[in-house]
Design a protein around this ligand. Structure first.
Ligand code: CA
Ligand code: CA
Ligand code: CA
Length: 138
């Protein structure tokens, strides 16, 4: 239970990283407004919900933004807000770097945690409720 929550935390921080204003903050201090910014950025077709394609596309977009040296991998030094623990959990093959596949897989895992009513999309309320559970889990 504890480890699955922590893994989810790693995934959520990828979503939160999409908000430039949130880049220097811990996930626990991200405001609703910043969360809304990340949400809207991921909601490409502007229907007020994030489907699985939008969620994965957003993860890949964020990946590109943080891959500072453009080698196709993210290392811990490129992710100032990631704790080493979270990084290790997302790094499924344990090679010390996150591939785009590992980041996308993490996002898919997160998607099914957040879509609590299982209707195939994440609403803002679902994302916000999930962020709140991470805050209280600390
Ligand atoms: Ca959408
Ligand atoms: Ca890896
Ligand atoms: Ca849903």
């Amino acid at each position: 239970m504890r480890s699955s929550l922590a893994l989810a935390g790693a995934a959520l921080s990828a979503l939160l990283l999409a908000a430039p204003v949130a880049a220097q903050q811990q996930a626990a201090t991200v405001t609703d407004e910043q969360l809304r910014q990340s949400f809207n950025a991921a909601d490409v077709n502007r229907d007020g919900a994030i489907d699985i394609d939008e969620a994965v596309a957003d993860a890949i977009l964020v990946f590109g933004r943080f891959d500072a040296n453009r080698d196709g991998f993210l290392v811990l030094s490129e992710l100032p807000r990631h704790s080493p623990d979270r990084f290790r959990r997302a790094d499924r093959d344990g090679d010390g770097k996150l591939s785009v596949g590992e980041v996308a897989a993490d996002r898919v895992y997160e998607f099914f945690l957040i879509d609590t009513n299982r209707n195939g999309v994440m609403t803002f309320e679902e994302v916000r409720a999930y962020a709140a559970t991470l805050r209280t889990a600390r």
